[in-house]
Write a protein that binds this ligand. Structure first.
Ligand code: COA
Length: 161
């Protein structure tokens, strides 16, 4: 059976914490889709189409990874596109409580045989979130090494314009 996994998030911006999860998941499954969602509770720095372009560029070295975007329920997107694995990253205890609730709710909504699989974040990235790198960068702090270089370049350009 072909394994088709999806890793979702707002990715505003994609960080090296996300990259770590993506490269590891890409080794585990035949095909991995990075599914960008426009989260109505977050105001994005980059519009979704721009994020999709930036992320596709940063991931172009991974041949079995695709980038897509969606809105609405994750479970609908998963069921309609035949994914059998949903990847989530866990950075620590606070992520766990939220992720458990989400995984259990999604389990009710997913088609049969869809599993949520958790990968533990590499400790060197456990303190990163998209908001924290965005804030530090906007205030002139150095975030090199925390986001892919191609993404940092776009963030630098957005700061100037
Ligand atoms: N490395 C670095 N940062 C990480 C990370 C990792 N391994 N894992 C998570 N993060 C960060 C993200 O960057 C994000 O940071 P931010 O809050 O500063 O933007 C934060 O942790 C939360 O990440 P995540 O849980 O992926 O939130 P999200 O908003 O990016 O995405 C969805 C949440 C898309 C998974 C969820 O809202 C969803 O499925 N929505 C669809 C609607 C739906 O189906 N709802 C019912 C769910 S039961």
């Amino acid at each position: 059976m072909q394994t088709k996994a999806i890793y979702t998030g707002s990715f505003d911006p994609l960080t090296n914490g996300h990259m770590n999860i993506i490269t590891r998941a890409a080794r585990l499954y035949d095909e991995l889709t990075v599914g960008i969602i426009s989260n109505p509770s977050k105001i994005p720095q980059f519009p979704i189409e721009e994020r999709e372009e930036m992320i596709a560029e940063a991931l172009s070295f991974l041949p079995n990874v695709k980038v897509d975007h969606f809105s609405g329920l994750l479970a609908d997107f998963v069921n309609q596109n035949g994914f059998n694995v949903v990847i989530r990253g866990l950075r620590g205890g606070t992520d766990f409580e939220y992720e458990l609730q989400m995984a259990q709710m999604n389990a009710r909504l997913f088609n049969e045989h869809v599993e949520t699989v958790f990968l533990m974040t590499d400790p060197q990235y456990s303190f990163i979130s998209s908001s924290v790198v965005k804030e530090v960068h906007a205030l002139g702090g150095n975030i090199k090494g925390l986001v892919p270089d191609a993404i940092l370049k776009k963030m630098d350009e957005a700061l100037i314009t």
